[in-house]
Design a protein around this ligand. Structure first.
Ligand SMILES: Nc1ncnc2[nH]cnc12
Ligand SMILES: [Zn+2]
Length: 329
């Protein structure tokens, strides 16, 4: 039995495996510029975040109907459950779909077909987090939040993703204020490729409660001290960092130093179809490559539930934490 864990940094569009991409392409009459799944997998060699994003957005063309989004989410939840995920807070990128003429209702209703019965079917509780694309305009983000208003009963929070450098968090001050006023939780990608100042800005200007990645905080000791003191969770994605070359090799990942500094770190998969593994694979990889002790792995699993947005179901959080404490490696 795998270690129970929550996954807090997962882009549902990044769970599109090549086999499902071809199946959906055939179903929807979409032509993919790859002959087969092998040829597509060959394209999974990234130089940086942008080179990954180009493929990530290109492949989304196969996602057209509610059924497509439901199948995508169902496939992820089944895989995640098999790797010990008991709770998943799932990002989605509505602007990338709206731009292709796929409506907010198609996306949210489709995802919800899978998420709404996930606890029953897969034993995985879920939350949905709407992400704004930071390389789009602030106006577009505001329009997107507006389009999401009929669906807010199924959306827990907002996030910020896509190309980071040159798009500082402060650009999205207004939409984050509007989201907070609607009672939405706030997270943002910061310090993946962007500088430590973006992390500070996400906290101070956007009011985020959790930082996605946050890796580059390690360049600023005062920021590390603050993140540790304020118990701000960081959702790290080790295999993603290696594939996108923010870290040279996994053995050099700063996760052990971050834990030693008292940071509230969690381990997640980001875009598992593209980066070589799901949540459990990321745990296995850090265990092997970084030599993390069983107690460190248990700490990471505990952190994932502590950092989750389970405030509306404290009973489930307590049950999951008890499962982590009782786990034998
Ligand atoms: N790792 C990542 N960073 C920024 N935006 C993303 N969108 C999907 N994956 C992402
Ligand atoms: Zn991400």
């Amino acid at each position: 039995m795998p270690l129970p864990k929550a996954e807090l940094h997962l882009h549902i569009e990044g769970t599109l495996e090549p086999e499902l991409a071809f199946e959906l392409a055939a179903r929807n009459g979409v032509e993919l510029p790859y002959t087969d799944t092998e040829a597509l997998r060959e394209a999974y060699r990234f130089e940086d975040l942008q080179s990954f994003l180009n493929l990530y957005y290109e492949l989304m063309a196969v996602l057209r109907t509610e059924r497509d989004f439901a199948d995508l989410a169902d496939a992820y939840l089944a895989r995640a459950a098999a790797q010990g995920v008991r709770h998943a807070e799932i990002f989605f990128d509505p602007q990338a779909h709206l731009a292709r003429g796929v409506g907010m209702g198609t996306v949210v209703d489709g995802l919800w077909r899978a998420l709404g019965r996930s606890e029953e079917v897969h034993g995985v509780s879920t939350r949905l987090i709407l992400c704004f694309l930071r390389d789009e305009s602030a106006e577009s983000a505001l329009e997107t939040l507006d389009a999401a208003k009929p669906y807010l009963d199924r959306i827990t929070g907002v996030g910020l993703d896509s190309a980071e450098v040159g798009h500082p968090p402060a650009k999205f001050r207004e939409v984050y204020e509007a989201a907070a006023a609607l009672g939405l939780r706030r997270v943002a990608h910061a310090g993946e490729e962007g500088p430590p100042e973006y992390i500070t800005e996400a906290l101070d200007v956007l009011g985020v409660e959790r930082v996605d990645h946050g890796l580059r905080c390690m360049e600023d000791p005062a920021l590390v001290e603050r993140l540790a003191r304020e118990r701000i969770p960081l959702t790290l994605c080790p295999l993603s960092n290696v594939r996108l070359r923010t870290v040279d090799v996994l053995a050099e990942h700063p996760l052990p130093a971050m834990l030693d500094a008292g940071l509230l770190c969690t381990v997640n998969s980001d875009d598992p179809a593209y980066f070589g593994g799901y949540a459990g694979d990321n745990f296995d990889a850090v265990r092997t490559s970084l030599g993390l002790s069983e107690e460190r792995l248990r700490e990471l699993a505990r952190n994932s539930f502590v950092a989750s947005f389970l405030e509306d179901d404290e009973e489930r959080r307590a049950r999951c934490l008890a499962e982590v404490d009782a786990y034998t490696f």
